[in-house]
Structure formats: C-alpha cells, structure tokens
Design a protein around this ligand. Sequence first.
Ligand SMILES: [Zn+2]
Length: 436
Amino acid sequence: MSRRLPRCAPAGLALGLALSMAFAVSAVAAAPRSTLHVDARDIDRRLVRVRQDVPVAPGPVELNYVLWTPGNHNPSGPIQNVVDLTITDDHGRRLLWRRDRELMTRIHVEAPAGASFLTVSFTYITNQPSVISRSTDSYGFRDFGGLNWNTVLFYPTGADKDEWVIEPDLRLPIGWRVATPLALARSGSGRFQFKPVTLAELVDSPVIFGSTLKTYTLDTASAAPHFIHAVALSDTDTALGGERLDKFGVMIDQAEAVFGPFPRREYHFLVQLSDEMRGFGVEHNECTSIALSADTFRTAERDGDPIGTIPHEYIHSWCGKLRAPEGLLDTNYHTTADTRLLWVYEGLTTYYDDVLAVRSGLMTEEEYLDAMTNRIADSTLRDGRLWQSVEDTAVLLRHLRSRSASWGDKRRGVAYYGEGAFFWLEADAIIRRGTN
Ligand SMILES: [Zn+2]
C-alpha cells in the first residue's frame, strides 16, 4: 500500500538555470554489436577476466578505455588495473598493439584485411582504486562484490555512446544473485545474460552481487518502483526495516515534491556495506552505487551522515542526470569535461540532500542546524577563501581529492559542494522572501 503524504510546497528552485538535457535513452537500433563476457567467478581473489568482441573495419583501429566516467568528473579510468591484455583477429591471430603516448587509455591496433571484429581479452584487478577512481571502480570480497562496466570494456574511437550496442554477460560464483537496472535476458548456473544496451546505458548501469544480496521495495507514492539492494559479509549488516526503511520511502516522496515525478522507469539504490571500502556514492540515471561502512544499517539513530549519501545521489537523477550544467553533459568518455559549473551540479544537490534528509526524518532539524553551523565555521575560518574562488575549486578538483593535510586552512578543498550549497540556500531564501 502506498503512503499518501501531504506534499511540501516546492522549495522554489527550478533546475532551468544554465541547464540542458543530458541523457536520452536511445533505441537499440541495428548498430554493430559488441559482445562482452565478464567472468567474475574469481573476484574474491580480486581478479575479473574479460573477453570482448569489438566490430571493426579493416585498417587502423583505436580502442578506448573509459577515462572520464560520468558522475565522477575526473579523468579517473583505472587503466593501471588492466593486465594480460591481448588482441586477436577473427582467425584468432594475435595482433601487435601499442598504447597512445598522450592518451594512455587509448590502444592502437591494425585490423587485418577481411577482419570484421577484433577480440580484446584482459584481466581486471579489482579493489585497487586510485583516490579519484574509487566511486566508479570494481570490488570483490568473499561473499559479494560490485562491478562498474566502465572498468571492463573498450570502445572504438568514433562509436556513438548512444548507438553503439553491447550484449553483456556476467559469470558469478554459483548461488550469487545480482541487482542492477539492466534487464536480464536469461540466467542460470551462475551466468547472467543481459539484454543488449547502448554503451551509455551499460556504463550507467553498475551491478552489485553476492550470496548475501537483500532487496527492499520502498513504500512510496511515486509511480516508479524504488528499491534498496544491499550486500555485505553478513546478513546482519544488510538487515533494514521498520522506521528507517519507511524514512527512505518518505525521502522519495519529498524528492518528488521538490523536483516533480521521478523521470525514469524505476530506481535502484545499490549499496555495498563494508569496512574495507572507503565510503562513496556515484549517481546514475536509474541507480546509484554506494559504499558505506558495514554497520551503517545497524547503527541508529544518528542518521545524518553517511546515510546522507542516499538522498544526495538520488537527487542527481534530476540535478546532473536529467539536466546538467553546460560542460558536464557526457559527450564521450575520453574528452576533457568542463567542470566549472559543479557549484551548480553538486552545490544544489548538497543543499537539497540536507533538506530531504530533514523532511524525511533521516536527520533532525537540530542535527541539520548543527551541521550547517559547523560547515559555515569551517568555511569562514579557512585562509583559502582569501585567494581562491569556489569556481576555481571546481576547475581544480582532480588535484583536490588527494591533497595533503599540511597547511589545510590555506586550501579550500572541494568547496563547490559545501560552499556551493550556500549559494542555493541564499537563492531559496530570496525566492521565499519574494513570494511568501
Ligand atoms: Zn554529487
């Protein structure tokens, strides 16, 4: 039964400012298809084996590994974890390849006369993220794991991400289950064959899996179904129920009250609970991939952070995915993004993740005011404010995640989140004052 809640008045901020349409789910047309076999049966040893057939024409071919992963805003593609790389032609003959000297995620190879596809084989080493790749990397443990497809595929230069079609399949230890927005074509004996999707849809659709996978359907008033899926080392860590589960449902309703009806078919929160992974979340159109500490679902009642990651990534369905600031539209995965407007993309999202957390009871008003006071104090006490604009932190972000703690107050860090949120708090206050 769906909950019917009094809807809060929209807080007044339309997403129209400097935004444009970011993502259109394209029809799977009669484009050349790539088949992608990913064998993760050895993932508890941190090894995933990949075999991909890539349709090509004879002559020089450039194969690209995803460098700029959507939602990550960094040139973070973890190419250093790709090993045992071989490329063969359609007769199984091994071909010489060389790496591009400037774009190191690009491989050059010559497809021989008559070739219609090349087979790319490699092993991906999981659990070895860099500071900037961790949210879009792949992980494996004894009883569960998570795969981002961007870590296990190549695409030719010139392939249109919204038209280039891939048929993915995934092998897992027997008995493991999967959660992903991808549609299954068939499954059995640990093999999951998904329906063909475009390159963009595949990169946008991570998978979590494991013997401990648990799925919760959220009770919301939304027309779109929403699910929380969780994996962890033990069933105790994935248990989620009662009032807390209800609050996530309220959060969905409150998000729709602010932004309008959820713009996609359905939504999946893909949550990995482990103390071995550092906390992160990354947004996708129909899901989010989130890593939180093992006890996150168990430790009530201080819900604000890190549970705030959940409303944050969900809001990105509208702010960042449905619409994105100029420069942050995903064109392909190897062209440098213009990140100046992240104070809109992340600032507005950060402002609203607190609003939704309070409105849904995930955080109390008192906790919110404490957090805001601390954030203001932390910002105003930093000398970094005297020389660096918030916009400049958005431009410099790839160097800020791994910054040294030395002389921390002379640095602003990723201020486009927290201080970006202040702009939107002020904008909201101006609108409320002007419109009552
Ligand atoms: Zn974000």
